[in-house]
Design a protein around this ligand. Sequence first.
Ligand code: TMP
Length: 209
Amino acid sequence: MSGKFITIEGIEGAGKSTCMAFLRQRIEQRGLAVVETREPGGTPLGEDLRALLLGHKHQGMSAEAELLLMFAARAEHLQQRIKPALARGDWVLCDRFTDATYAYQGAGRTLSAERVAQIEDWVQGPLRPDITLLLDIPVELGLERAGKRSAPDRFEAESLGFFRAVRQAYLDIAAAQPERVKRVDASLGLEQVQAQLAGFIDPLLAVAG
Ligand code: TMP
């Protein structure tokens, strides 16, 4: 049986890490191999690019440079980790992927979705996630949770308006691609969030045997 490519999305503070751990455990319980990874990052080059993108050294980075660095990290990630894992039949669980580029660089930085789509097609070819779990949470609540964790990175320091645009873009993607993108109400308690995740992932696991 071939592995599945699962991505997790959402604004800061939506609870992605907790959900990743839950999903990983649920897949492994079925005896399936999981590669857990993240974007930007997931390879030595990708993690270096992540430090440049999230750090405060390059405050005035242009939106175009930011977009291309995200895709540079993604190209490396696809070649070094994601495609080899899927070819082995492993399941890939990725914390963020190209929907984040549409949401943050597209809606947040106001680059056109057409431009993002062009680079997506070039870098990824036909590869898209099998399922994307969108952890949806009101912006104020997400930022409050994220703010308690650590000093804000270059994205976390953005305005409320930026994150409102990001959240709306994610919701628009989910509305446009309902077969792939599943909205999870992440403002609920842990058990209720996990029940929603299980509801979406279990049918995939059942098919995997
Ligand atoms: P996080 O994964 O720890 O939340 O941090 C990654 C940050 O990078 C987050 O603020 C979203 C941002 N990001 C983009 O702006 N575009 C992208 O394509 C990806 C993958 C992440």
